[in-house]
Design a protein around this ligand. Structure first.
Ligand SMILES: C[S@@+](CC[C@H](N)C(=O)[O-])C[C@H]1O[C@@H](n2cnc3c(N)ncnc32)[C@H](O)[C@@H]1O
Length: 295
């Protein structure tokens, strides 16, 4: 929303008041945004320092501008189903950069969204994992963005892509091919929307690829998928099998119970990060997240 406001400001010339504020201190220019209401205010107080400029502008000059936004639904495909998914996602999420990879803007459910406090029967989605940026996914994307050589020219498969951050990071860092995979069609739609927001094109796949050979890929990303013991068992066994074929397997995880002590003996710690405050609130008890590589 903030980006949309600034785009609006730039288009309408309001931004020139900000420039004025920067040029003539002591001045202040602030924006107040109410994302859920799609309304923003721009307030600028300019105190012109010299007589000629005061004459021109008055002193102080206070300018207030009220903006009403209309949310655009990104065009993620032609079918009615895709359009419906996209409009529901846009309705219930806001663009956010309050995570470990602020260079990526992602539509997420944040504390400003009614869904954040909604009761289970008020939520129009079943398990909207894609609406949150999980700590494991944050570690994966952060590491890729800081170490682009890891994926440059590689064929990357992001299993359980969720909001799509790992995929978007790999595309941005020059992977030759990246496929965002998730069995939840909402995750595929959210990834497509987030890709558009970050100016990248992504390839998506909604089949269950766990258990398959995935021969077309040499790098596999796993962002926060060890939250369920039974699933962790299947997933880890499969990863060990495909690792044997020479693939690089990167696992982002904040310390979920499915990544047991025994499994940790087969992975190598690559990086550790402190989670930003909002992610700590969202992931009760977790303050750190790590990136691991399967040995
Ligand atoms: C905890 S979320 C993590 C999302 C994302 N990687 C992140 O870190 O933000 C787990 C994701 O895995 C997806 N998932 C679960 N089982 C899957 C499977 N067999 N194949 C692909 N995706 C799966 C879920 O739909 C969900 O989006």
């Amino acid at each position: 929303m903030s980006q949309r406001f600034h785009n609006f400001a730039r288009e309408t010339g309001v931004v020139s008041l900000r420039a004025l504020a920067a040029e003539w201190p002591p001045c202040d220019a602030s924006t107040f945004l109410y994302p859920r209401a799609n309304v923003g205010f721009f307030v600028s107080v300019c105190v012109a320092p010299s007589a000629d400029k005061r004459e021109l502008l008055g002193n102080p000059l206070v300018v207030c501008c009220l903006c009403v936004f209309v949310e655009e639904i990104p065009d993620i495909g032609d079918t009615t189903m895709l359009k419906d998914l996209a409009s529901l996602i846009v309705k219930h999420t806001v663009p956010s950069r309050r995570h470990l990879t602020p260079e990526l803007v992602l539509r997420l459910v944040t504390p400003e969204c009614p869904l954040w406090r909604a009761k289970e029967d008020e939520i129009p989605f079943k398990d909207p994992f894609w609406a949150f940026y999980w700590p494991g996914g944050q570690a994966t994307a952060r590491y890729i963005l800081d170490n682009g050589e890891l994926v440059k020219g590689r064929r990357v498969l992001d299993i359980g892509c969720g909001c799509g951050a790992g995929t978007i990071a790999a595309v941005k860092m020059g992977a030759s091919r990246v496929v965002a995979n998730d069995i939840d069609p909402y995750a595929i739609a959210a990834t497509s929307i987030n890709a558009i927001l970050n100016d990248v094109a992504v390839e998506t796949n909604s089949n269950d690829l766990i258990g398959t050979k995935c021969e077309e890929f040499d790098t596999i990303l796993i962002g926060d998928m060890f939250y369920d013991e039974e699933f962790a068992n299947v997933l880890f066994g499969w990863l060990q099998g495909v690792r044997g074929e020479g693939k690089t397997i990167l696992i982002g995880d904040p310390g979920r119970h499915g990544l047991t002590e025994k499994r940790r003996q087969h992975i190598e710690l690559i990086a550790k990060y402190n989670l930003p405050p909002e992610s700590c609130i969202e992931n009760h008890g977790f303050t750190e997240t790590s990136l691991w590589k399967l040995k």
